[in-house]
Write a protein that binds this ligand. Sequence first.
Ligand code: TNX
Length: 521
Amino acid sequence: MSTQPITLIPKPLAITDPTPDCAFELTAETVIVAADEALAAGNLLASLLRPATGYPLPVTPALEGAQPAIRLLIDEAIDGDETYRLDVEPQLVTLRAPKAAGLFHAVQTLRQLLPSDIFSPTLVSCQWAIPCVAVEDRPRFSWRGGHLDVCRHFFPVEVVKRFIDMLALHKFNRFHWHLTDDQGWRIEIKRYPRLTEVGAWRKHTMIGHGDNRHHQYDDTPHGGFYTQDQVREVVAYAAERGILVVPEIEMPGHAQAAIAAYPELGNEGTSVDVSGEWGISEIIFNVEESTFEFLQNVLLEVLDLFPSPYIHIGGDEVPKTQWNESERAQAYMRAHNLPDADALQSAFIRRMDDFLNAQGRVLVGWDEILEGGLAENAIVMSWRGEEGGIAAAGQGHDVIMTPEGNVYFDHYQFDPTSEGLAIGGLTTLKDVYSYEPVPPTLTPEQAAHVLGSQGQLWTEYMPTAERLEYMAYPRFFALAEVLWSPRERGPYADFLQRMRAHAKRLDLLGINYCRRALDEG
Ligand code: TNX
């Protein structure tokens, strides 16, 4: 029985050479054995293998008789939150892990060991042979994320699920969902219906680059939002693939859409539009008690929808002009002994930190939350380079490295004159593959605070799902390997070669990845 050459992305910790002339063949008789904590991964495996094979692949709790089987087991003797082992023998494939998380990763590896036609959404006639190998695998970093901004452009649930599918296939474990911004509020909040009635819609969008001062607008209203039922559906969909959804509700800046819905949340009390422009808005939340109450009420509904221990409150790019000019903000600062607006921003974030901690959650924020002093238990996402992350790790805080020069996939991939419009910068596939999330200056103790990294998709210049995928892939896959595979993971040329084979799978899935990145290397 012939098997195809092995091409795994991300590269596993260890895999044996395939035993010659040895394979497990998936047939119409194969059963999937999984129960209890292993059941979700078993069901996922069956649902991924059925479309191309057309086999029934029943999921049963125990092995009966001598049928060929794929068995998923929880094995507490193995160490590590996401570790797994995979053993392929002629009559039996065994996936083992101490936790469900590891089994989800084993499922994705098994999928990649099958002929690439397994990725076809429709029936294919094929000999479904899996080479006899043993895989031992675990991730290098515990935070392997994908961020998606659905505010600058709204993407329907189906597109979000496709993104989650890609994350899962490449063993990411966090989906950071950027749900609110100046240009749109995208999550239904029952208590404040105007957030989506008004805040989810803008009347037009600027044409061209945000740096262009004499810009024009299109004539097209843009918007959309997710109902709470849809949010639950996405959270469950991600969980069924081993991915935790981390929601982001922006404050105190990037709040113009919320203020458009409820002008009393702003500093000037006057009505503003949901922004149709790119760049940093001056319009930020005020510091009235009623505004803190509003934000906490919003967060209570968010906490209800998202079981994630981590809640992202943004905190980035907060122009202080309005606070400096507001009598009420000045009064708040005097009353709380805050010397300047940076200290006010810090006090704002601390209140949210206290609130989230009391609810049993951990606050995550962009690195601006360092200014004026870091809230006690906050986790920092270091985006303006790595300095913020280095400082936070030095203060004993956990950090996620998200430097814009390395993992912002809204940057160009080639010479800008040869690509459609992007925000700027140049971050090639090779640049991403070469990224090292742990700065060499950190002590081992500080380095342990670097949880990992994630790719960012800010969507100002990604108006369609096709454009989104073109910008995201294959750069996300290079990052997958940076975050999962051992530090000594081999040369870029080896990754590129595997990527070129992997492309066949992406083609079958209909993913609009940037092929030029693979052709040109
Ligand atoms: C900065 S990164 C932002 C976003 C923009 C992005 C564009 C961050 C925390 N804030 O609002 O979309 O740059 O690259």
